[in-house]
Design a protein around this ligand. Structure first.
Ligand code: ADP
Length: 393
C-alpha cells in the first residue's frame, strides 16, 4: 500500500499543500493557496501533472483555504496516512520531528517570540488541519532541528551570556529540512554512509543559507537567530554591521519595525539592483548591461564564496560542495561566478557540464582536475516532511 502523506506549509498569507508518497517522494498533488486575507485570494494546484486554478472568496481566511484544500484532497480519492507540517522555529527543545500534542503546540507558540510571522501562521495551520483531519497523526518537522548538534562555539554570539541563558539568544539555523535532504541525497550519490558524508551545502532560493556538515552532522550554518543572518538573499540583506539598524533608525527617523522591514524586505538582490529580487530577471538585465543587476549578482556570488571558503575549516573531511534551491539548481551563472573564486585552491568546474546541469538535473559539474566534486542536487523538502510524518502513522 502506498504511504501517502498530506504536507502543509502554512505561511502568513499562503498555504502550500501537497500529497507526497513517503517512499518515493512523488507528489500526486501539489499547490498553493495565495493572497489569503486579500481580495485576490486563489488556489492553484497540479494534480497528476494537470494544472488547475480556483478562486477563493475575497479576503478568504486560512480556515476557508484549508476547507477548499480538503475538498481538493478528497477529490483525489487518496487515503492519507498522516499529515506533516512545516514549522519554522523549534527552539532548543525539538531535535527531531514531533507528534502534535498540547505540549508541542505550547512550545511552538512559545518560540513564536523568535519567529513571529512564521510560527503563529504555522500554528494556525496545524490547529485548523487537526479539526479537518482529527483521526490522522499530525507531525511537525522543524526548520531548526537539523542544527541542534552544532557545537557551542558555532551557535553562540559574542554577547553577554545571560542573553543566551535567559532569552535563548543564539544561532538556530533554518532550511534544515533542505540541508538534511541534500546530505542524504549526496551520500547516496557518492555511495557513502550518511554518517561518513561531509559537505558544504548551499541552499539558494528566495532565502539563502550555507551549512557546513562534517560526517553527517551540521557543525555550522549561515542563518542565525532569525533567517536574516548570513548570505545576501532576494530581499534580505544578510550580514551587515550590527550597529547599522540603530544608526539607521536615528538617521532616517524610522522605528525599529520599519528598519526591520527595510533589511528583510527591501534589501538583498532587490535593494542593490533596484530592479528585482528574482535571479532570472537580474541575469537577463545584467546581460543587457544593467549596472544594478550586475553589482547585485557580483555581490551575491562574492559573499557566497566567502561563506563557502570559511566553512572549509569547519569541514576537514569535505567530500563535495553542493548547490540546491531555485538558484543553485538552475543558475549556471551564479555557480560559475561563485566557484571561480576557488580556482587557485584547486576547485574548478567544467563549463559545459555547468551549463547543462539545470531544471532538476543531478550530478557533478567539477572539471576532471578539480580537487573535489561540485554537485548539483535538487532539493525536496516536502519529501523529508512526508517521510518523517509517515514514521508516526
Ligand atoms: P523559494 O525559496 O521561494 O522556495 P526557489 O527555491 O524556488 O524559492 O528559488 C527562487 C529563485 O530561483 C528565484 O530567484 C529565481 O529567479 C531563481 N531561479 C529559478 N529558475 C532559475 C533559472 N533558470 N535561472 C536562474 N535563476 C533561477
Amino acid at each position: 500500500m502506498k504511504k501517502e502523506v498530506i504536507v502543509l506549509n502554512c505561511g502568513s498569507s499562503s498555504v502550500k499543500f501537497a500529497i507526497i508518497d513517503a517512499d518515493t517522494g512523488e507528489a500526486g498533488l501539489s499547490g498553493i493557496a495565495e493572497s489569503l486575507g486579500n481580495d485576490d485570494a486563489s488556489i492553484s494546484f497540479k494534480l497528476n501533472g494537470q494544472k488547475e486554478q480556483q478562486t477563493l472568496p475575497a479576503n478568504a481566511s486560512h480556515a476557508e483555504a484549508l476547507a477548499a484544500i480538503q475538498n481538493i484532497i478528497a477529490s483525489t480519492g487518496v487515503e492519507p496516512i498522516a499529515l506533516g507540517h512545516r514549522v519554522v522555529h523549534g527552539g532548543e527543545r525539538f531535535k527531531e520531528a514531533a507528534l502534535v500534542d498540547d505540549s508541542v503546540l505550547a512550545s511552538v507558540e512559545e518560540y513564536a517570540s523568535m519567529a513571529p510571522l512564521h510560527n503563529l501562521a504555522n500554528l494556525k495551520g496545524i490547529t485548523t488541519a487537526q479539526a479537518a483531519y482529527p483521526d490522522l497523526p499530525h507531525v511537525i518537522v522543524f526548520d531548526t532541528s537539523f542544527f541542534q548538534q552544532m557545537p557551542k562555539r558555532a551557535y553562540m554570539y559574542a554577547l553577554p551570556k545571560a542573553l543566551y541563558e535567559q532569552h535563548g539568544v543564539r544561532k538556530y539555523g533554518f532550511h534544515g529540512t533542505s540541508h538534511k535532504f541534500i546530505l542524504d541525497s549526496t551520500a547516496q550519490l557518492l555511495n557513502k554512509p550518511v554518517e561518513q558524508t561531509s559537505i558544504i551545502s548551499a541552499h539558494l532560493g528566495n532565502g539563502c543559507s550555507v551549512t557546513a556538515i562534517e560526517k553527517g552532522v551540521a557543525v555550522d550554518t549561515s542563518m542565525g537567530f532569525t533567517p536574516l543572518e548570513g548570505l545576501m538573499m532576494g530581499t534580505r540583506c544578510g550580514d551587515i554591521d550590527p550597529s547599522l539598524p540603530g544608526t539607521l533608525q536615528e538617521k532616517l527617523g524610522k522605528s525599529a519595525a520599519e528598519i526591520n522591514s527595510l533589511i528583510n524586505k527591501e534589501s538583498g538582490l532587490a535593494g542593490i539592483s533596484g530592479l528585482s529580487n528574482d535571479c532570472r530577471t537580474l541575469e537577463e538585465a545584467a546581460e543587457a548591461g544593467h549596472e544594478g543587476a550586475l553589482l547585485a549578482l557580483e555581490m551575491f556570488c562574492y559573499r557566497l564564496a566567502k561563506y563557502i571558503s570559511s566553512y572549509m575549516i569547519a569541514v576537514p573531511s569535505l567530500d563535495a560542495v553542493v548547490f540546491t534551491g531555485g538558484i543553485g539548481e538552475n543558475s549556471s551563472y551564479i555557480r560559475a561566478t561563485t566557484m571561480g573564486y576557488f580556482s587557485h585552491l584547486g576547485f574548478t568546474i567544467d563549463e559545459q557540464n555547468n551549463q547543462a546541469m539545470r531544471f532538476g538535473a543531478k550530478g557533478n559539474i567539477a572539471s576532471s582536475s578539480s580537487t573535489k566534486p561540485v554537485l548539483i542536487v535538487p532539493t525536496n523538502e516536502e519529501w523529508v516532511i512526508a517521510a518523517e510524518a509517515a514514521k508516526f502513522a
